[in-house]
Design a protein around this ligand. Structure first.
Ligand code: PMP
Length: 434
């Protein structure tokens, strides 16, 4: 065996011997872009340092949660204090109530909320609740939207609207996904046809309001309006998955932005994660009292968790939410994010590279395409090899973006104007060599 001076590589070899692919979540493995994943040793503010001691400007932010940047002093203090009081009690705490109050204050479509430990758990539980509350089996999801890895949600489109989906993962029997219908995102006609065919059997429509798992694709206002109308007409629930967008694109989540354009708009159920835990394992789902009271112990829909509402996680989430609720927070975050996407767009144009970008609050996406895509097949027209060269060019220069072209990016309040300027200067060089 040759001795490597690259600590990332050494750690990766050790990891691969014991952990499948060397990682505990697939996208971390750099399979799409190639190369050695960076093993992160520590992070502070907008930066992360790898096992070789190299610094990166972090535009992943733990895939969304780190909206204040790493190691924010108020959050750190809250977590340290909570840890001293105890890690986990398996009994209710005042902090869970405070966090519920804080979330509901900003997202009023949620009259009641249940805390869980991951977005997957929250999405899975919301689906069970929708089915339990409506007494129906079928669910509609959209191609390219991700709602966690619950069996019934790991589905790609079937051959037509009359047929249901196929599992995208081994280990999911066809019977488990036979009630999941997968439609194209932003396709109003398909949604209308699906409801015409299956309306009385549909328990819910679940969607990302800004799809961050196909980079960054907004649900158009007419599409969202029609989804709301069709759900109401057919007695199905509209489930908005704000795991990524909640407290990230605006204090009231993406639903608050749609409500500005669609009078009276509100989802039936909302799924949250990421930012509400501030980097600790914490997620939630919630909605109207009448639906939420269907959950155990009040109602017949079972749902539970040993570590749900964990006292250290809720301390982290509460401290985070209190910081981001300060006046002007989102205006500043959105302006910094826009400075980044505008800078990257200018750098790409100067190099004659097809490029387009979009952002909302502290969430952004960019494509090596001339126009913003509206659905997953359009996202897939991106030249993957070109994206990989861009990714490695940026990484080698100390800028860490998501290692896959299907992922949104995140700017935190810790990213300075200088960080953005440094990123754009590097991008200008990299675009020049694409
Ligand atoms: N929903 C959305 C919109 C997500 O982006 C994710 C994770 N990226 C999930 C659900 C699943 O969350 P988790 O990884 O915490 O299980």
């Amino acid at each position: 065996m040759t001795h490597s001076t690259d600590s990332n590589q050494t750690l990766f070899e050790r990891a691969k011997a014991l952990i499948p692919g060397g990682v505990n979540s697939p996208v971390r493995a750099f399979r799409a872009v190639g190369g050695t994943p960076r093993f992160i040793q520590r992070a502070q503010g907008a930066y992360m340092w790898d096992a070789n001691g190299r610094r990166y400007i972090d535009y992943i932010g733990s895939w969304g949660p780190m909206i204040l940047g790493h190691g924010h002093p108020a959050v750190l203090e809250a977590v340290q204090k909570a840890a001293l009081e105890g890690f986990s009690f398996g009994a209710p705490t005042e902090r869970e109530v405070e966090l519920a109050e804080e979330i509901i204050r900003h997202v009023p479509s949620m009259e009641m909320i249940r805390l869980v430990s991951s977005g997957t758990e929250a999405g899975m539980s919301a689906i069970r609740l929708a089915r339990g509350a409506t007494g129906r089996a079928k669910i509609i999801k959209f191609n390219g939207c991700y709602h966690g890895h619950a069996d019934s949600l790991l589905v790609k489109a079937g051959s037509g609207l009359a047929t249901f989906g196929h599992a995208t993962s081994a280990g999911v029997p066809p019977e488990v996904v036979q009630h999941t219908l997968v439609l194209e995102y932003n396709d109003v006609a398909q949604l209308e046809e699906a409801f015409a065919l299956h309306g009385k059997d549909v328990a819910c429509v679940i969607m990302e309001p800004i799809a961050g798992n196909m980079n960054f694709v907004r649900a158009g206002v007419p599409f969202m309006r029609r989804a709301r109308e069709l759900c109401t007409q057919h007695g199905a629930l509209l489930v908005i998955d704000e795991v990524m967008t909640g407290f990230r694109v605006a204090l009231g989540g993406a639903q608050s932005l749609y409500a500005q354009q669609i009078p009276g708009f509100r989802p039936d159920l909302t799924v949250l994660g990421k930012v509400i835990g501030g980097g600790m394992p914490l997620a939630a789902f919630g909605g109207p009292r009448a639906i939420m009271e269907q959950l155990a112990p009040l109602g017949p829909v079972y749902q539970a968790g040993t570590l749900s509402g964990n006292p250290v996680a809720t301390a982290c989430g509460l401290a985070t939410l209190r910081e981001i609720a300060r006046p002007g927070f989102y205006e500043a975050l959105a302006a910094r994010t826009r400075a980044l996407t505008d800078g990257l767009t200018g750098a790409a144009q100067a190099a004659g590279v097809d490029f387009c970008a979009d952002s909302e609050g502290g969430m952004f996406g960019f494509f090596l395409l001339p126009r913003l895509p509206q659905n997953y097949p359009e996202v897939l027209t991106t030249d993957g090899a070109r994206f990989n060269r861009l990714f490695h060019g940026l990484l080698d220069g100390g800028v860490y973006i998501a290692p896959a072209l299907y992922e949104a990016g995140f700017v935190s309040a810790a990213h300075s104007a200088q960080d953005v300027a440094d990123t754009v200067a590097l991008a200008r060089e990299v675009f020049g060599k694409l």
